[in-house]
Design a protein around this ligand. Structure first.
Ligand SMILES: [Zn+2]
Length: 451
């Protein structure tokens, strides 16, 4: 369903601002946060002084790329200093901090994230754009199936739901079957989860509870926390299983809720250009990438977050600009959402390989279950890539046909030959939170960037 008129947008003015005005607005906001960081944070002052940069040099849009890029490691170095635990990355007196969160630590020592109450309201505002664009309204009862713990995502989703008037059911303490029964009992209309968990919930629903997930009558599902909801094969699989519309959302603890798919499902995510500056830069040269359909590394600035600012942060995610969306928002589209991570891209047999491309292939084949595992290893001096997948019950008889089909698709999309291993249905873990399905057992392998 598409809402019409101003009802379609959370902020009708900013979301439809003509591009020229939008860029002027962004530049003013960008300059202000750069000045704030330089004045109040020793981390940014150190970074900029070392690079010979001063905020006075920011005269126009073209100067943005002169601002040094911040790495996650810079936060870690700053947080190793006094005072504990935020070190000199904190820009406000400690007593102003009301929220503590941290990153998941999948790429090393977690980064701590302090926020003031104003920052926290800003976080929820960024999520309000997201939920509103997906059609969440005050008539929705939203189920969040995770324990929130110290991680940002679900907390922000929870409060933003309340902000726009939804009723929220936090299902953290329950197991998957109990969560599904709660959804049924309360007739919840919407769900938020990772694509992996959306798929595995559907599996448990059918196999353990003997209920068709469609009968739960969930209307919309917000997916975040990992890639997949912008990939047609994965999105379709989720939509068909649940009989619901599935939308992609991207956020990061250090950044904010910066991208969202709207109800028009344009095959990617809008960048929230009212609250963030999202740049694409060439992976090798760092030069800006403005052309459509050219992959680049995503560099992000949050305009209005003050306790621990995020200015030209190297997300290590890969994206590419797509055509404008028909919903009327002037916010640009990243086609296909986030396409992968720079630090996961590696060479196998001399061919550049993005592990994220495999999920799409596996999930487009109905005889295969949703989970898979990828292992890169060596046989003598030669690279070998192994794909472990499960056949769904009843598909064993046609195993060799499936192997051929899978092999062909893999070859076509990645230019590589895989060693395919079929596993017993249900033997791979079904994680609740994001996991890395790619294990590289080779020594001394080149990655674009690895922390
Ligand atoms: Zn749109």
């Amino acid at each position: 369903m598409h809402f019409i008129g101003v009802e379609r947008y959370w902020n009708p003015y900013l979301e439809t601002l003509p591009p020229k005005q939008l860029r002027d607005f962004q530049f003013k906001k960008f300059k202000r946060i750069v000045e704030w960081g330089y004045k109040n944070s020793k981390l940014y002052r150190r970074l900029y002084d070392q690079a010979g940069f001063n905020p006075d040099k920011l005269q126009g849009w073209e100067d943005i790329s002169r601002v040094p890029i911040l790495q996650k490691e810079d936060y870690r170095t700053a947080q190793a200093k006094e005072p504990y635990p935020y070190g000199d990355s904190l820009c406000v007196p400690l007593e102003k901090v009301t929220e503590f969160h941290q990153t998941s630590g999948t790429t090393g020592q977690p980064v701590y994230q302090p926020d003031t109450w104003e920052d926290w309201e800003w976080w929820n505002e960024s999520w309000a754009y997201v939920l509103w664009a997906m059609g969440f309204r005050n008539t929705d009862r939203v189920f969040i199936p995770f324990g929130y713990n110290v991680y940002m995502g679900s907390w922000a989703g929870h409060y933003a739901c309340e902000k726009i008037g939804c009723e929220v059911v936090p299902g953290g303490i329950l197991n998957t079957e109990e969560r599904l029964l709660k959804i049924k009992e309360l007739k919840t209309t919407a769900l938020m989860a990772t694509p992996t968990y959306v798929l595995s919930m559907a599996e448990v629903c059918r196999n353990k509870l003997n209920i068709d997930p469609k009968d739960l009558k969930i209307q919309k599902i917000l997916c975040a926390g990992e890639l997949g909801a912008s990939v047609p094969a994965i999105k379709n699989r989720m939509q068909e299983l649940w009989g619901a519309r599935v939308y992609d959302h991207v956020n990061a603890t250090e950044v904010g809720g910066w991208g969202y798919e709207c109800s028009f499902q344009p095959g990617g995510v809008h960048v929230n250009e009212a609250l963030f500056l999202v740049e694409l830069v060439d992976i090798n040269t760092g030069e800006p990438v403005e052309e459509l359909h050219m992959p680049g590394k995503i560099v992000i600035t949050a305009f209005d977050r003050y306790a621990q600012p995020c200015i030209r942060f190297d997300s290590k995610d890969i994206g590419m600009w797509g055509k404008p969306c028909e919903c009327g928002r002037t916010f640009r589209i990243l086609k296909g959402g986030v396409l992968g991570r720079v630090d996961h891209i590696t060479k196998i047999k001399g061919v550049l390989f993005n592990p994220a491309s495999v999920g799409e292939i596996v999930r487009a084949i109905p005889q295969l279950a949703d989970e898979y595992e990828l292992i890169a290893t060596k046989k003598g001096a030669t690279d070998v890539i192994i794909l472990k997948v499960e056949l769904v019950p009843g598909a064993d008889a046609g195993q060799e046909d499936v192997r051929k089909m899978l092999s062909r698709q893999l070859r076509l999309k990645t230019n590589l030959s895989f060693q395919i291993e079929f596993l017993k249905y249900g033997s791979l873990p079904r994680p609740e939170i994001k996991i890395n399905r790619f294990k590289d057992l080779r020594d001394n392998v080149d990655y674009y960037e690895r922390e």
